[in-house]
Ligand binder design. Structure first.
Ligand code: GRG
Length: 296
């Protein structure tokens, strides 16, 4: 029987949390503090959107949950590392994340840097382990594509551009490139990972990649809209910081109405790429809508 969207996202959250608890054990060793900080930040909640994408895309190809939940947890580790480092005084200097003190506030700066580093490294360890997929070729592709998505040509490069944008006025194509790298690349990897695990053919991979690129941008536009309309309580973090810093966003460049329309167009386009998956694509269709309708 096909699951409802709410059941599917709750299940993905449960699987991801359980995998994270298993993969980041508590420690009694003198270095326990770094494990504590890793668990603190990864288990602090969050929508688990990226793990959900991994699991939902892998489900299209009937991948076992033992495999997809490990990749989902690895993606969430990378996402959490990026949040921990983004919150540091040298970057955004934020006090609140997921409704709780940021990692460096709860622990200290050095511990937060190390917890981020350790999560990033552990993610690659998990992807490379036998349990993630019995075929070494699949594991190697998961590792390679992750490295490409989050390095200087992907997420880290996007973050560098974001810092550069503090002193340079960006136009819409430039903001689009920045966001594709900063947030879009890990979202795209989440979908690609499901297809890699499922040994999808080239056509299926291209369709999922096009779907991911569209929802990645829609996600960012929705985030820009929430940044000016939602409360810090709803978002679990400070809001309005881009506007205060005079930074260009999709909303500042397009205006609220056009930004909202553009997000809806991207969601419509995204769902068109799912046609070949028939009913099995329903969860991903609902997920595309959730990305723009969410309140946090
Ligand atoms: C490598 C330091 C470093 C940063 C990489 C991705 C990134 C750049 C920084 C993360 C900070 C940030 C505000 C990114 C914008 C994208 C965004 C809204 C992230 C929050 O993702 P959600 O909404 O968060 O999925 P939850 O808490 O639900 O997981």
């Amino acid at each position: 029987m096909l699951k409802s969207f709410d059941e599917a996202i709750t299940e993905a959250q449960r699987l991801t949390d359980a995998a994270l608890r298993r993969l980041i054990p508590e420690s009694e060793a003198p270095e326990a503090r770094v494990f504590e900080a890793m668990r603190y930040s990864t288990l602090a909640g969050g929508k688990r959107l990226r793990p959900f994408l991994v699991i939902a895309c892998a489900d299209l190809f009937n991948v076992s949950r033992e495999c997809s939940e490990r990749v989902a947890a690895a993606v969430e580790m990378v996402h959490t590392y990026s949040l921990i480092h983004d919150d540091l005084p040298a970057m955004d200097d934020d006090d609140l994340r997921r409704g709780m003190p940021t990692c460096h506030k709860q622990f200290d700066e050095a511990t937060a840097i190390l917890a981020g580093d350790a999560l990033l490294t552990l993610a690659f360890e998990v992807l490379a382990e036998d349990k993630t997929h019995r075929q070494a070729e699949v594991r190697s592709e998961l590792v390679l594509e992750m490295a490409k998505a989050i390095g200087a040509r992907g997420m880290v490069g996007g973050q560098m551009l974001d810092i550069w944008a503090e002193t340079h006025a960006l136009d819409v194509p430039e903001i689009t490139r920045l966001q594709r790298m900063k947030t879009g690349a890990l979202i795209a990897y989440s979908c690609a990972a499901g297809a890699i695990l499922g040994r999808a053919d080239e056509h299926q991979r291209q369709l999922l990649s096009a779907y991911a690129n569209n929802i990645g941008l829609a996600f960012q536009i929705a985030d820009d809209l929430l940044d000016i309309s939602a409360t810090p309580e709803e978002m679990g973090k400070a809001t309005g910081k881009d506007a205060d810093a005079g930074k260009a966003t999709f909303v500042s460049l397009l205006g609220v109405e056009r930004a909202r329309d553009q997000a809806m167009i991207l969601v419509d386009q995204a769902t068109k790429y799912l046609e070949i998956f028939g009913e099995k694509g329903n969860i991903l269709r609902d997920l595309a809508k959730f990305v723009v309708e969410r309140r946090s």
